[in-house]
Ligand binder design. Structure first.
Ligand SMILES: *[C@@H]1O[C@H](CO)[C@@H](O)[C@H](O)[C@H]1NC(C)=O
Ligand SMILES: *[C@@H]1O[C@H](CO)[C@@H](O)[C@H](O)[C@H]1NC(C)=O
Ligand SMILES: *[C@@H]1O[C@H](CO)[C@@H](O)[C@H](O)[C@H]1NC(C)=O
Ligand SMILES: *[C@@H]1O[C@H](CO)[C@@H](O)[C@H](O)[C@H]1NC(C)=O
Ligand SMILES: *[C@@H]1O[C@H](CO)[C@@H](O)[C@H](O)[C@H]1NC(C)=O
Ligand SMILES: *[C@@H]1O[C@H](CO)[C@@H](O)[C@H](O)[C@H]1NC(C)=O
Ligand SMILES: *[C@@H]1O[C@H](CO)[C@@H](O)[C@H](O)[C@H]1NC(C)=O
Ligand SMILES: *[C@@H]1O[C@H](CO)[C@@H](O)[C@H](O)[C@H]1NC(C)=O
Ligand SMILES: *[C@@H]1O[C@H](CO)[C@@H](O)[C@H](O)[C@H]1NC(C)=O
Ligand SMILES: *[C@@H]1O[C@H](CO)[C@@H](O)[C@H](O)[C@H]1NC(C)=O
Ligand SMILES: *[C@@H]1O[C@H](CO)[C@@H](O)[C@H](O)[C@H]1NC(C)=O
Ligand SMILES: *[C@@H]1O[C@H](CO)[C@@H](O)[C@H](O)[C@H]1NC(C)=O
Length: 727
């Protein structure tokens, strides 16, 4: 391929006699083309000024090299030196290719006219050169693998720089916030997001008289906001989420009159919100969740008529919500106050926020009652009012089933001890017609398993755990086309496990499962796996694990062998029931299984050796059954704790202490050691891969956080953090 090209180039240079483009320019371009391992360029005609992506000036100097989005344009080696003689180049746009290589130290030495440099979305690596030319106005190096600190000399000559974007690389060191002091006073956009920048944000931004956008989220920045940031009055966006910033948000923020986006979530900001914040009438997005903010909401905030999203969740705000007047926020689409200490009744003025799509007041100290006016919120698709002292479930269902757009309904820990209405007619034909996620977890509802649920055809996630439902698992559960996550744990369910449940299309067929909704939820969905556990957060339904939880009930009989059809299941919890018989050998068909809990039943027989083929299994518990015989050897089963097997007196072999009779184990154990550690890493790997977009431990482990970003392709998903929250 390359040789053919070379031949062609020779041929065309022999033929060339009269052309507009200067010979040096032409040969530079051709040598650039030669460094591409897969040129798909139609650079064949004689006049290089007419080549695709090339623009020249009157004298035949190349000024623009504009070849974005040519995937397959693979550069091997550096971009320099092939471009060194294009001394009049003013625009270089090679974004969205798969260029691979580094910028050599002398990259910019001869490009003295360069104004626009866009190398974003490639696979470039290495450190930045020492400086950019004085002519540069726009630099976009985002979405590459550059690393190292940004050299202090980098901007020194660039007085005309207006935009500098290095988002999504692995840069380290401090962010060059003094950029306006000595070098580039005209800067409008600075984007340092998603890197490894650390340390304080030092002063200097106040001298940026044009700065509109300042982003440095998802780094390791610490310390307070610099005092003089409030002097940068042209600012329209401050976006610093997911760092370790602390201190107050100063009252002087009201000087930033053009501010539209304030994104400071997942930091450690404390203190009260500025009293006059409402003077910032252009504010559209206020995202301050996961901080340590306190005090009551400044009433002026509700004067921000342009607000689209207000997220104050997971802070320590107090005060009566009912006295706040939300009625001016006619453009508000998302309101999230989850996990604060607000009191009072459900604010009726919220019913005038006609644009609301998502509303979450969960985990406050509210006395919430829902009124029929909620039906006027025609776009409402996400409603979460956990632990809000709601009562009269019949009434609430009657009202809410008319919310045509409702997709997510989370009413956990309400209606304590009420009886769940159970008539077939509770929900009409078109009631809850779009509902996908429904949770009544922890309501201690009584009565038989509600049969009206069978009418909610689009159900995907159903959580009825920790109630007192009786009867057996209904066979019609198996008819749901979209259901893939069922939690009926901790109820009073009896009877046998119906085989029909093993036919759930979403758990049986890859093809059906591929239809799961991959879009982002209006708000991320939080799940607390146990009362002392941290919240897990899911921003899309497609990240949610396919699961069946039936633990802590009185289900009896065998585990049906048909269970082996649920090949897409990640979690199967049957613990603390009355299951008997063997563990079906075919359970090993559930290749995606990560969690398998069969403990505290009456299971007997041996542990099927086929279990060892479950490569993703990271949690196993078969304790307190009547299992017997050896634990299959030389597999990851040995890597589980003793507690996974105890309480089965006739079970033997590692990791249990009791030795199996008639086994020559010592030499074998030695052989198995390396293999075991291999298996171990594959377990860990499997765990990470299997968890997909789940982003629980982001704050704890940065490597996981980095891995997460491979799943994050939508910046809309602004929140991916987990914090320890009071129970
Ligand atoms: C091409 O550029 C070189 C300098 O690189 C210059 O010496 C030469 O005169 C130019 N030729 C034409 C035809 O403009
Ligand atoms: C290559 O470009 C020339 C004009 O510069 C054009 O005539 C020709 O059709 C193009 N070839 C392809 C394969 O696009
Ligand atoms: C580079 O080209 C892409 C694709 O046409 C465009 O979106 C981008 O704005 C260009 N970069 C600059 C800095 O103009
Ligand atoms: C650039 O020009 C110099 C001097 O004319 C020449 O030696 C060098 O090979 C050229 N570089 C490229 C990449 O064309
Ligand atoms: C900076 O921009 C101004 C105005 O556009 C221009 O006159 C000047 O030449 C530029 N400076 C450099 C070093 O390119
Ligand atoms: C980061 O850049 C890489 C490489 O261009 C891209 O694949 C990935 O989607 C980007 N991640 C984010 C969060 O933008
Ligand atoms: C902000 O600007 C004012 C006047 O322009 C100046 O007096 C003050 O020192 C500046 N504040 C900071 C922290 O730089
Ligand atoms: C904010 O504005 C007030 C009044 O206009 C002024 O006194 C104060 O210095 C300003 N603060 C900053 C940081 O610019
Ligand atoms: C705020 O924005 C308006 C309109 O874009 C602009 O005219 C004004 O100069 C800006 N104010 C400041 C302080 O930058
Ligand atoms: C959060 O604020 C409380 C007081 O409201 C304080 O005790 C605690 O240390 C703060 N936590 C952090 C991480 O700043
Ligand atoms: C809200 O705005 C109105 C007029 O725009 C003003 O009269 C009122 O004082 C403001 N309320 C607060 C709490 O700032
Ligand atoms: C619940 O609400 C309904 C009206 O929807 C009412 O008839 C019923 O009496 C209420 N039940 C209780 C216990 O308050």
């Amino acid at each position: 391929m390359a040789r053919g090209l070379l031949f062609f180039l020779l041929l065309s240079s022999i033929m060339s006699t009269n052309y507009a483009c200067n010979e040096t320019q032409r040969s530079s371009l051709l040598s650039f083309a030669l460094t591409l391992s897969s040129p798909s360029l139609n650079w064949t005609s004689i006049d290089c000024c007419h080549w695709e992506g090339i623009t020249c000036d009157h004298d035949g100097w190349v000024t623009d090299l504009d070849l974005p989005s040519r995937s397959g344009l693979n550069l091997n080696g550096g971009i320099f030196p092939s471009l060194e003689n294009l001394t009049h180049l003013s625009l270089l746009n090679l974004s969205h290719n798969s260029l691979y290589g580094s910028l050599e130290p002398r990259f910019f030495l001869s490009l003295n006219c360069l104004e626009i440099l866009d190398l974003s979305y490639n696979r470039l690596f290495g450190e930045l050169p020492l400086f950019i030319p004085s002519s540069t106005r726009i630099v976009d190096l985002s979405n590459n693998n550059f690393h190292g600190a940004i050299p202090s000399s980098f901007f020194r000559r660039a007085r005309n720089l207006t935009s500098f974007n290095v988002k999504n690389n692995t840069f380290s060191g401090s962010i060059p916030s003094s950029i306006c002091l000595h070098s580039s006073p005209l800067i409008r956009l600075l984007d340092f997001s998603i890197n490894k920048f650390s340390g304080n944000i030092s002063g200097g931004l106040g001298k940026c008289s044009k700065l509109q956008v300042f982003r440095a989220g998802y780094n390791r920045l610490s310390g307070p906001l610099p005092e003089d940031i409030y002097n940068a009055t042209t600012l329209e966006e401050i976006s610093l989420p997911s760092n370790a910033l602390h201190g107050d948000i100063s009252d002087e923020i009201v000087n930033l009159t053009n501010l539209t986006i304030l994104e400071l979530y997942a930091n450690q900001f404390s203190g009260m919100l500025p009293m006059n914040m409402g003077k910032l009438s252009k504010l559209k997005l206020i995202l301050l969740h996961f901080n340590n903010l306190t005090g009551s909401l400044p009433p002026s905030l509700l004067n921000c008529t342009n607000l689209r999203e207000l997220n104050l969740g997971f802070n320590h705000f107090v005060g009566k919500l009912s006295i706040l007047d939300f009625s001016k926020l006619s453009r508000l689409t998302k309101l999230d106050f989850m996990s604060n200490q607000f009191t009072g009744v459900f604010p009726t003025s919220l019913y005038s926020c006609k644009s609301l799509k998502a509303l979450r007041l969960s985990l406050n100290d509210l006395d919430g009652q829902i009124r029929p006016e909620i039906l006027s919120l025609k776009s409402l698709s996400f409603l979460s009012l956990s632990a809000s002292r709601l009562s009269n479930i019949t009434r609430v269902l009657n009202i809410l089933m008319g919310c045509k757009s409702l997709k997510v309904l989370i009413l956990s820990n309400n209606f304590i001890g009420e009886e769940m209405p159970n008539g077939d007619g509770i929900v009409g034909v078109d009631g809850f017609q779009n509902l996908g996620i429904l949770s009544f977890r922890g309501c201690q509802l009584t009565g038989p398993f509600p049969v009206w649920l069978s009418k909610i055809k689009k159900l995907e996630v159903l959580d009825l755990s920790s109630n007192r439902f009786t009867d057996s698992v209904p066979t019609w559960l198996g008819n749901f086309r979209s259901l893939f996550h069922i939690n009926l744990g901790n109820n009073r369910i009896s009877g046998e496990l119906p085989k029909q449940l093993c036919k759930l299309p979403m758990l049986v067929s890859e093809q059906t499962a591929a239809q799961v909704d991959h879009t982002y939820l209006q708000l991320p969905f939080f799940v607390k796996p146990a009362s002392d556990a941290d919240f897990l957060q899911y921003s899309s339904l497609s990240f949610f694990p396919p699961a069946i939880h039936l633990h802590k009930n009185s289900i009896r009989g065998n585990i049906p062998t048909e269970i082996s059809q649920l090949v897409l299941l990640h979690t199967l919890n049957l613990d603390d029931n009355n299951f008997s018989g063997n563990i079906p050998d075919k359970i090993s068909n559930l290749k995606k299984l990560e969690t398998l809990d069969l403990s505290m039943n009456h299971l007997s027989g041996e542990i099927p050796p086929s279990l060892m083929s479950l490569n993703f299994l990271s949690f196993l518990n078969v304790s307190y059954n009547n299992l017997e015989g050896p634990i299959p050897k030389g597999t990851q089963l040995q890597s589980f704790d003793v507690s996974a097997f105890e309480g089965n007196p006739k079970l033997c072999g590692a990791p249990l202490r009791n030795v199996c009779p008639l086994m020559h184990r010592n030499s074998q154990d030695m052989e198995n050691e390396p293999q075991l550690s291999l298996v171990h890493t594959s377990v860990v790997l499997g765990f990470i891969v299997g968890l997909g977009g789940f982003c629980g431990p982001l704050m704890l482990k940065k490597t996981w956080r980095d891995a997460y970003f491979q799943f994050l392709n939508n910046v809309q998903d602004r929140l991916c953090v987990m914090k320890k929250v009071r129970a």
